[in-house]
Design a binder for this molecule. Structure first.
Ligand code: TYD
Length: 138
């Protein structure tokens, strides 16, 4: 049984061969939720750390479709994990209530498959508020 309260690595199918190139597919049978939004970030300077927030409800899957992304996650339990994405057929599932930071190589293109539409009210952008929300969630 997959534990959807913790981050985990997903492997998407990779069809093809070195001489022809590859295709990877995200679809109903290999996604943990039905996507409502897809966005991508790119040209992030290497000294910039993005993220620095959690979500009350949103679940996400990050994929480095190009380049390399270093991601840290922290759950309300205090559990901290680190991940590196650098293969276009590998994704990271990020659950709700998970503080995350991301750093990118300059050539990195991060695709995010998201479970909900954009809603600024779904964000916690203050780390102290994230920590305080432990009390009500745990
Ligand atoms: P944010 O989610 O904070 O980016 P990251 O986690 O990569 O650091 O979003 C950055 C800005 O873009 C913020 O001002 C909100 C805006 N934004 C939208 O308007 N719509 C979206 O779907 C997303 C993801 C962000």
């Amino acid at each position: 049984m997959i534990d959807y309260s913790r981050p985990f690595i997903l492997e998407f199918p990779k069809i093809g061969q070195t001489s022809l190139g590859f295709i990877s597919i995200a679809e109903k049978d290999n996604l943990p939720f039905v996507p409502k939004r897809i966005y991508w970030t790119y040209f992030t300077p290497e000294d910039v750390e993005r993220g620095g927030h959690s979500h009350y409800d949103l679940q996400q899957i990050l994929v480095a479709v190009s380049g390399r992304i270093e991601i840290t996650t922290e759950l309300l339990t205090g559990e901290k994990l680190e991940f590196v994405l650098e293969k276009p057929n590998i994704g990271l599932y990020i659950p709700k209530n998970c503080w995350r930071t991301m750093k990118y190589t300059h050539n990195a293109v991060q695709m995010c498959i998201a479970s909900n539409e954009y809603d600024e009210k779904d964000y916690i952008r203050e780390y102290s508020v994230f920590l305080a929300s432990r009390e009500e969630k745990l």
